[in-house]
Design a protein around this ligand. Structure first.
Ligand SMILES: Cc1cc2nc3c(=O)[nH]c(=O)nc-3n(C[C@H](O)[C@H](O)[C@H](O)COP(=O)(O)O)c2cc1C
Length: 221
């Protein structure tokens, strides 16, 4: 390879990194690619991949290392149907009440009281927080972040669904009263590809050494 060819390759690589075609680092790539999926194929996915993702979630930090989380994996069709029915009952009431900007946001994304993904996805992961443990909710949600990235790594789609009536779902799953449902995460294969919601960049979201002091544009890349 001569000097000119090498130069061309280096320039192409730099262009690819700058435009996001190639992203440095595994975590950034997974985080950037992950998106919420609300329609799933009924195609099965390996339970081992779901367990792999929960293993990653268990590595999250937690208040006083109390690990205040419990994951209930649901694959039983009848149980998923029941969960969908109960969630949709709560969602109907919620969607009747919702007004203004949020209503418009739901409308523009086609989000309604209907939650077919609760039945279609081959697995649901119900994530509980053991209330009373230090920073139980914060820690549980950190573990959810780890879980989502690990599912992405396994090529699995997911959604952070937060039902309007979590205690009713807790009852169906036989959870004790100190275990409060935080989210139900459907896991499976995306049925039709959708575009990820846009994100703001470093220039909008970072200050340095105090509120209002923007970071130098040279450091953004
Ligand atoms: C705490 C939390 C609660 C959420 N609850 C719901 C929900 O109940 N239903 C839903 O469809 N999406 C829910 N989402 C997904 C968000 O709408 C989604 O993450 C956001 O619009 C950004 O889209 P993206 O995940 O595709 O990047 C929730 C996300 C978070 C972090």
């Amino acid at each position: 390879m001569d000097c000119a060819e090498r130069g061309l390759i280096i320039n192409l690589m730099a262009y690819a990194v700058m435009t996001g075609i190639i992203m440095e680092g595994c975590v950034l790539r997974l985080a950037t690619n992950r998106k919420s999926v609300r329609s799933y194929s009924r195609e099965g996915v390996p339970l081992s991949s779901v367990l792999y993702a929960i293993k990653a979630a268990l590595q999250a930090p937690s208040g006083a290392n109390q690990q205040p989380w419990v994951f209930v994996v649901i694959e039983d069709m009848e149980l998923k149907k029941k969960i969908r029915e109960v969630c949709e009952r709560g969602e109907r009431k919620f969607h009747e009440r919702v007004r203004g900007e949020l209503k418009e946001w739901f409308r523009s994304r086609g989000i309604s009281w209907k939650k077919p993904f609760l039945e279609e996805a081959p697995y649901l992961i119900a994530v509980f927080s053991l209330i009373g443990k230090p920073f139980a909710i914060q820690s549980t949600w950190l573990s959810v972040g780890y879980l989502l990235l690990a599912l992405e790594e396994k090529g699995l789609a997911s959604l952070t669904y937060t039902p309007s009536n979590p205690s009713e779902i807790g009852k169906i799953l036989g959870a004790p009263k100190e275990a409060v449902l935080q989210t139900i995460i459907p896991v499976g294969k995306e049925i039709r590809s959708k575009v990820k919601e846009p994100r703001e960049g470093l220039e909008e979201k970072i200050f340095i050494n105090g509120w209002g002091s923007r970071i130098s544009p040279d450091l953004h890349q």
